[in-house]
Ligand binder design. Structure first.
Ligand code: NAI
Length: 307
């Protein structure tokens, strides 16, 4: 069935260029009214301009869609609240929040100033939380909400020189996991996109032939699915150049040690066994882990534990 966003209101942050622009256009093409947020900064988050956001709004209007620009800095809570209030004033609801705005301040950890660490965390993590938080009461009241956080391979797998960015991007998974649980009863679904695209963020890293394949537009269909009515929830989608994949966190069955044997030496001796992927699980919440360990310990002692 065709996926439509007619009647839906979407906020896309950092939508003046790159991936955000592509997502905003994709949503508008399928009928969403779109708040095109962009502070119009350079790649490292300096400067500001409304030009890029205004141009995307003009593009959407030229194709017969409805859009408004908002130039708030996502890390500024008051600005984000104003943006959400303007969307409510104009259109009466907010169904979709695409947290995409982002900057880079790459340096090895040895050379990193903590101010650059904090700035990157502020934009990606606090910015995403600000937007989700401002939309949250509206989505709960509507009993409908779709939120996407933008992570990165840097956060999920690591990338040299990006301790600030990698930490902020890995935090998206943590935020998603909890909001997924807290939003479920009000039909709020929360997912994470981990894109890899040729944009100004990556321009000097990619060979030209690869860049041609990695256009932002190849990723947007995945984003559109993640914010659609039948979207999954708590899904981490890797996307780029037409490839789409799921990233999951697994925990192995592991080993259970008893008193006396519970020593670092035993752990060293049984390290390979601890890492055996046979029977590994994608635990659905933190307490499942606590329960598993308590049950393992009880079983090892021949105790009955009703849990
Ligand atoms: P981009 O640099 O082309 O676009 C980012 C946009 O965010 C810019 O228009 C910028 O003005 C805006 N922005 C930055 N800080 C802002 C703030 N505080 N408030 C509002 N707007 C702000 O970057 P690109 O590549 O399109 O990245 C989009 C998202 O995807 C980012 O979160 C990025 O970290 C993530 N990502 C990108 C990858 C890639 O390969 N391009 C890889 C993995 C993740």
């Amino acid at each position: 069935m065709a996926i439509s966003f007619v009647g839906r209101v979407a906020i896309v942050t950092g939508a003046g260029t790159g991936l955000g622009r592509s997502h905003a256009l994709g949503l508008a093409q399928r009928g969403a009214k779109v708040v095109v947020n962009d502070l119009g900064v350079s790649r490292d988050g300096t400067g500001s301009s409304s030009e890029a956001a205004d141009a995307v709004v003009a593009e959407i209007k030229a194709m017969g869609g409805d859009a408004m620009a908002h130039g708030c800095d996502v890390s500024d809570e008051a600005g984000v609240k104003d943006m959400v209030a303007k969307a409510m004033d104009a259109w009466g609801r907010v169904d979709i929040a695409v947290n995409n705005a982002g900057i880079l301040r790459d340096k090895t950890f040895a050379k990193m100033e903590m101010s650059d660490f904090r700035k990157v965390v502020d934009v990606h993590l606090i910015g995403s939380a600000n937007v989700a938080h401002a939309c949250w009461p509206i989505m709960r009241e509507q009993k409908y909400g779709r939120i996407v956080f933008t992570a990165s391979g840097s956060g999920l797998y690591g990338n040299f020189g990006q301790s600030n960015y990698g930490a902020a991007k890995a935090a998206m998974m943590g935020l998603m996991n909890v909001l997924h649980m807290e939003g479920a009863r009000d039909n709020i679904r929360v997912n994470t996109l981990a894109p890899t695209a040729a944009t100004r963020m990556t321009e000097e890293l990619l060979p030209a032939e690869a860049a041609a394949l990695l256009a932002p537009e190849t990723i947007t269909p995945g984003l559109l699915y993640l914010v659609s009515e039948d979207a999954p929830s708590r899904f981490i989608m890797g996307a780029g150049a037409g490839s789409f994949a799921q990233t999951r966190v697994y925990e192995t069955q592991g080993i259970t040690l008893m008193e006396g044997d519970n020593t670092p030496e035993t752990i060293a001796a049984r390290f390979a066994e601890m890492n055996d992927p046979e029977g590994q699980e994608d635990l659905q919440d933190a307490f499942s882990q606590t329960k598993k360990y308590a049950l393992n310990a009880a079983k090892a002692r021949g105790l009955k534990l009703d849990w």
